[in-house]
Design a binder for this molecule. Sequence first.
Ligand SMILES: Cc1cc2nc3c(=O)[nH]c(=O)nc-3n(C[C@H](O)[C@H](O)[C@H](O)COP(=O)(O)OP(=O)(O)OC[C@H]3O[C@@H](n4cnc5c(N)ncnc54)[C@H](O)[C@@H]3O)c2cc1C
Length: 235
Amino acid sequence: MTEGQTNLLHYYASRSYWLESSMDNLSPRSRLTDEINVDVAILGAGYTGLWTAYYLLKQNSSLKIVIMDKHIVGFGASGRNAGWCSPKFSITPERAIERFGLETAKELQLTMYDAVNEVERVINHEKMDADWNKAGFLKVALRENMLSQLETEMSTFRKLGLEEFYQLLNENQTKERMMANNLKGGILTKVSAVLHPGKLVRNLARILEQRGVTLYEQTEVIDFMEGTSNAFLIS
Ligand SMILES: Cc1cc2nc3c(=O)[nH]c(=O)nc-3n(C[C@H](O)[C@H](O)[C@H](O)COP(=O)(O)OP(=O)(O)OC[C@H]3O[C@@H](n4cnc5c(N)ncnc54)[C@H](O)[C@@H]3O)c2cc1C
């Protein structure tokens, strides 16, 4: 390995604990230097790009797909997040009901559970090492007056017909699950997991390579043209 390659490796490992502890070799793959013809060219080797390639191949395994990344697989948010695979949407269920109505809010929430379960299904199906642990998400009350907030949350889930996905916990039940001072109660979201984001993103890339996808790293896309035949320009 040249000095430049060693420096790059240290650089990428130092950017993210998850990449560093992913047990993967972070040496960049080859750059794209030639003109190529492919069916699908994807910009960015994070979850968006990698899952897109994964499901495209599921539909048509003969597709010729390349993924280009300016840095390495998982360099962006996919290799540096908090590791939650949770069904929480960016707005609360109450706000979703206000904005979209009961039925759509329910569908939205059901889709979120499906997404978590789908990640689990793929991890199991592909025998992927990702430190998957679907132990649920626990929100706790540290003061008596917070208990009513948890009850209100639970009543919203009841309104949506989704109470089976949650459990209100009393003080003792909460203490059985975690140790902290002042625990008064909690609400458990059952379909929620934690995982190792670095292992997920790096192993997903490896699986795609095994299926014929080519990953180019250190390859910056500087422009692209939309149309029936898309073209990317790289630096
Ligand atoms: C601090 C933090 C915590 C988070 N926690 C969670 C969590 O717990 N659970 C959860 O579900 N989500 C979480 N997220 C969100 C989640 O990480 C992102 O939604 C997800 O990783 C986005 O994936 P992506 O592929 O779209 O983007 P990225 O992972 O950022 O991938 C984009 C890739 O494109 C490459 N790129 C950019 N420009 C170019 C170019 N011009 N040419 C070539 N390549 C280029 C980058 O190098 C990068 O690798 C968190 C995000 C952050 C920042």
